[in-house]
Write a protein that binds this ligand. Structure first.
Ligand code: IPE
Ligand code: IPE
Ligand code: MG
Length: 235
């Protein structure tokens, strides 16, 4: 209770864009647009706090099942974000990473993602990891296939499979596990986000819709986190 918990990595499920817009009688797309602006603001706030990693859930594998109209709007917003906002991150020496099933995204988007990752790979102040077309169960299955193949090839033994080896097969292999998970919009579920990586993370839920999320609300959740006792099964 007295000492501050270490806070190296915050993961966020940015939820509630659609409801934020509907509540105002606006199309869902307006909520997504406002949500993208909040991403910028919150990224800046996280950088100022000296936190090293921020992982943002931007689009899930399940989100592909939304209407063609909504998916195509989100992709156009993503293109814009990759072109302008993320370039700004580059200027601020932020390392940008992507996790997810990228082969499902259009080629030009994949190319922009690769370029940004390469151009920012040497920065070490803040790493912003964007989960795009991301699904944790899919990630775990992909890791399992890689491990099975390595065993089949004789590169590793079944006995070599442990937590470290498994973690090293995930998209997040070089990123520490989140200390704090935040989900906005009042929903209390993980929606296929970082199932393995969140095993011992502290969870904070807020009713605020993502487009209304502020640096002050973020600080309130961090203050809550700081009062937690992280026991990891010990006493
Ligand atoms: C989060 O907001 C953004 C994405 C999932 C792309 P939603 O679009 O899920 O908004 P709600 O949950 O319907 O309000
Ligand atoms: C999770 O939100 C995905 C993102 C925030 C990108 P959803 O809105 O898709 O999740 P569910 O459908 O409420 O579980
Ligand atoms: Mg939602």
């Amino acid at each position: 209770m007295t000492e501050k918990n270490e806070l190296k990595h915050i993961a966020i499920i940015m939820d509630g864009n659609g409801r934020w817009a509907s509540k105002r009688g606006l199309p869902r797309s307006v909520g997504h647009k406002k949500g993208a602006e909040v991403v910028k603001e919150i990224t800046k706030a996280v950088a100022e706090k000296g936190i090293k990693y921020l992982t943002l859930y931007a689009f899930s594998t399940e989100n592909w099942q939304r209407s063609a109209e909504e998916v195509s709007f989100l992709m156009s917003l993503l293109r814009q974000y990759l072109k302008t906002d993320l370039q700004e991150l580059k200027e601020n020496q932020v390392r940008v990473r992507f996790i997810g099933e990228r082969y499902m995204l259009d080629n030009d988007i994949q190319q922009m993602m690769r370029n940004l990752e390469n151009e920012t790979a040497h920065f070490d102040k803040l790493t912003v990891c964007i989960a795009l077309s991301y699904g944790s169960r899919q990630e775990i299955i992909a890791a399992t296939k890689k491990i099975a193949q390595s065993v089949k090839n004789g590169d590793i033994l079944i006995e070599d499979i442990d937590i470290n080896l498994f973690s090293a097969m995930l998209y997040t292999k070089d990123i520490p596990e989140p200390d704090l998970l935040i989900r906005t919009s009042g929903e209390k579920r993980l929606s296929n986000y970082l199932l393995w990586q969140l095993a011992y993370s502290e969870l904070e839920f807020t009713d605020v819709y993502w487009p209304d999320f502020t640096p002050e609300e973020l600080q309130r959740l961090i203050d809550n986190y700081n009062t937690r006792e992280r026991r990891y099964g010990k006493v």
